[in-house]
Unconditional design. Structure first.
Length: 178
């Protein structure tokens, strides 16, 4: 698993039962210190966090079965480029999960919380994912139960897939034929 913009490492903790090894990337040294402390406290030794930029990942391309962008895209000036880079990190058949806000009009989030984008439509996400060579598996909206202030926000979960087929052992096969 590769968690982009890992922050406190919360997603790495939540998904720990599902992965063999994981990497978290964040540009902020302060957040990485918090993530390391949280992951140590949770006893997770199969995970490491690294400083790096989502737009130029410090990880191997084509390597990860599962990549996540959880509440990160709305901070970025070029979300499409981040999705392209996330797609590049996926192994054949791997999956990318994006969780972010649906379109909204809470302008104060720009000034008070540095949001650069006020949410993303399904169509916009699908366009960027397809341009990055991925297929959209599923999009669902989680609507708020209460409706005041920032709690009015709907969160969209989007799962996309790398369509390439992995043909296991193909190199050995062609080697044994020659
Ligand atoms: C709102 S936090 C989300 C953290 C985590 N994904 C979560 O949901 O708990 C956004 C994170 O993205 C990181 N971030 C923003 N731009 C980044 C970039 N270009 N490269 C790497 N990390 C970035 C920030 O440092 C911050 O930790």
């Amino acid at each position: 698993m590769l968690d982009l913009g890992t922050g406190t490492g919360r997603l790495l903790e939540l998904f720990a039962p599902l992965y063999a090894r994981a990497v978290g990337v964040d540009m902020s040294r302060d957040m990485l210190a918090v993530a390391r402390a949280n992951l140590d406290r949770a006893g997770l030794s199969r995970v490491q966090v690294r400083q790096g930029d989502i737009f130029l990942l410090p990880t191997q391309a084509g390597h990860f079965d599962f990549v996540t962008l959880h509440q990160v895209l709305h901070y970025l000036d070029d979300p499409a480029a981040a999705i392209r880079e996330a797609a590049r990190a996926l192994a054949p058949g791997g999956r990318l999960l994006i969780a972010d806000f649906a379109p909204h009009e809470l302008e104060f989030l720009r000034e008070e919380h540095n949001h650069l984008r006020l949410g993303f439509s399904h169509a916009q996400l699908a366009e960027w994912l397809q341009a990055a060579g991925l297929e959209v598996d599923r999009m669902i909206d989680l609507k708020p139960e209460t409706a005041s202030g920032a709690q009015k926000l709907t969160v969209t979960l989007c799962m996309a897939r790398d369509p390439r087929m992995l043909i296991a052992g193909s190199e050995q096969l062609s080697g044994s034929q020659s």
